[in-house]
Design a binder for this molecule. Structure first.
Ligand SMILES: [Zn+2]
Ligand SMILES: [Zn+2]
Length: 267
């Protein structure tokens, strides 16, 4: 009797292991959210690119934290250095298409990002909320960032947060919105509707995904598309989208709703 039980458990564990192996083997066409040692990443841009090539990625984007990220934002000087590095590596590694951009920080209810200084130099735009980013003013920081971090947000606050994201989505031509619900709760369905209208994807982030099942169902009902990125902070994590894939399987997101699995985000 006891032996049988062990056998059943062993079978389940084998199946789990097999599924996990299958998930780990999924390599996206492109990874469009990664960091280098110019922000809070550990590896150099070249190490990231070399790992992306080794995995067989066709496209790779370097997206260091933008200027107002207090502890880890890239400096404007390093941003210009990185632009030249990207030019160099495009010639050195023609087998992969390299994009250069920044992870813009939402700076308040206006929907402004901290990238306006160099917006025209970025290959595409993407954004997220980071608790360590400066806001437009100290007053904005108190009412926007601090209030969201200290207090459990009320319904009213969630609507205001949502407005901040909607303004940002309207203001900029974003390719995707990063790690929604991280440190700041929003009305995901409303954001999904705006994203669908603007052809902006919703990211399933490689470090963590913060949607509940209801929010997933809402997004699927709206029909918005997803992008799965590693958000790698070291070269060995570039192209690792096992967490988003696992999340998608557990929450019934059809894998063909994740646009960068088989083709470019820009197709
Ligand atoms: Zn981020
Ligand atoms: Zn990031």
């Amino acid at each position: 009797m006891r032996k049988n039980k062990l056998n059943v458990d062993d079978n389940i564990m084998d199946e789990d292991r097999q599924t996990q192996n299958e998930i780990n083997k999924i390599i996206p066409y492109g990874d469009y959210h990664t960091h280098t040692n110019f922000s809070d990443g550990k590896s150099t841009l070249e190490e990231n690119i070399q790992h992306a090539i080794k995995l067989g990625l066709k496209e790779y984007a370097v997206t260091d934290h933008a200027f107002k990220h207090m502890s880890d934002g890239i400096s404007y000087t390093n941003f210009q250095v990185q632009r030249r590095q990207v030019e160099l590596f495009r010639e050195k590694y023609p087998e992969i298409k390299i994009y250069h951009t920044l992870e813009g920080n939402l700076m308040g209810y206006s929907g402004l990002l901290d990238i306006d200084k160099c917006k025209d130099q970025l290959d595409f735009l993407q954004m997220g909320f980071h608790k360590t980013a400066k806001n437009e003013s100290f007053g904005t920081w108190l009412s926007f960032t601090a209030m969201n971090l200290i207090f459990r947000p009320s319904k009213n606050k969630i609507e205001k947060n949502t407005l901040a994201f909607l303004r940002c989505i309207d203001r900029y031509d974003l390719k995707f919105v990063n790690h929604l619900n991280y440190c700041i709760l929003v009305n995901v369905k409303e954001i999904a509707k705006a994203c669908l209208e603007r052809d902006t994807k919703i990211e399933l982030n490689g470090k963590n995904v913060y949607f509940n099942q209801q929010e997933v169902d809402d997004m699927l009902e709206v029909g918005v598309d997803f992008v799965a990125n590693s958000d790698a902070h070291s070269s060995e994590r570039v192209g690792d989208i096992s967490k988003p894939i696992e999340f998608a399987i557990q929450h019934n997101i059809p894998l063909d709703k994740i646009v960068n699995l088989k083709k470019s985000l820009f197709d």
